[in-house]
Design a protein around this ligand. Structure first.
Ligand code: SF4
Length: 216
C-alpha cells in the first residue's frame, strides 16, 4: 500500500471510531496561540487553569500581555508549570506581534505560510510544534503538527524510523496529503486522542484499537 493510501486509511479509521474532535479549544485565535505556548511540557488540564486565570484577570489579549510585566504574568500562569520561562515566551511572542502585526494576531493571516513560519520560528521559545500549532489552529494555515504521539504511532506502524526529526515526520504528511486545513486540524487531533486511548507509551491496547489490522 502506498503512503498516501495508508495515511488516508488511518485518518478514516480514527475518525470513524473517535468522531470529530473540534480542536483546538479556545474562544479566540489569540487564546489558541497562548494555549500552544502554555502547553509546552505540561498537560492540557494545567493549561486550562492558567488560561482561566488570564481570563479572570482580563489578560487574554495581545495588548494586555504586551503591557503587563513579566513577573505578574508569571504569577497568573503558575498552574501551567515552568511559569517564569513561559511568561518570558509569551512576552517574546507579543513583542514580536507588536513589531510584525500591530499587536493583532489576525493581521498575520495575510502572510503566506512560507514567509510566516520562519518568522515565527525565529521568536525565542517558539519551536516547530508550537509554531505549527499556532499556524494551523489559530491562523488556519495548512501545516501538519507533529508531536510525540505522531512519532510513536507512526513508528509502531513502520511508517517512520525510530530516530527521526520533526521535519522528516512532517514531510510524510505534507508530501503525501493535499494541503487541507480542516483535515490537518482533525488528523492531528485524532492521533493525539488515539494515542491517549489506545497507543499508550507502555502496553498499547492494540486489540481494542481501530488500527490493529493496518498494514504499512
Ligand atoms: S495501539 Fe497498536 S494498533 Fe493502535 S495505533 Fe498503536 S500500535 Fe497501532
Amino acid at each position: 500500500m502506498n503512503k498516501k493510501a495508508t495515511l488516508l486509511d488511518i485518518y478514516k479509521l480514527l475518525l470513524q471510531n473517535l468522531g470529530p474532535s473540534n480542536w483546538w479549544p479556545g474562544d479566540s485565535p489569540f487564546e489558541i496561540a497562548v494555549g500552544a505556548i502554555l502547553t509546552q511540557n505540561t498537560n492540557w488540564h494545567n493549561v486550562e487553569k492558567a488560561i482561566n486565570n488570564l481570563k479572570q484577570a482580563n489578560l487574554l489579549t495581545e495588548e494586555a500581555i504586551f503591557q503587563i510585566d513579566e513577573q505578574t504574568l508569571a504569577s497568573h500562569i503558575k498552574p501551567s508549570g515552568f511559569f517564569n520561562i513561559k511568561a518570558k515566551r509569551l512576552k517574546n511572542f507579543v513583542t514580536w506581534l507588536y513589531q510584525e502585526a500591530n499587536l493583532n494576531l489576525l493581521n498575520l493571516q495575510n502572510y503566506p505560510l512560507e514567509t510566516l513560519r520562519p518568522k515565527l520560528l525565529a521568536v525565542s521559545g517558539i519551536g516547530p510544534e508550537t509554531a505549527d500549532s499556532i499556524l494551523l489552529y489559530a491562523l488556519n494555515k495548512p501545516i501538519f503538527v507533529v508531536d510525540v504521539y505522531t512519532k510513536r504511532m507512526f513508528f509502531r506502524h513502520g511508517l517512520i524510523p525510530e530516530e527521526t526529526t520533526y521535519s522528516e515526520v512532517q514531510e510524510l504528511f505534507m508530501d503525501n496529503l493535499e494541503p487541507n486545513v480542516k483535515m490537518f486540524n482533525e488528523f492531528h487531533a485524532l492521533i493525539v486522542r488515539a494515542c491517549k486511548k489506545w497507543c499508550t507509551k507502555k502496553n498499547p491496547k492494540c486489540e481494542q484499537c481501530p488500527l490493529k489490522n493496518l498494514t504499512a
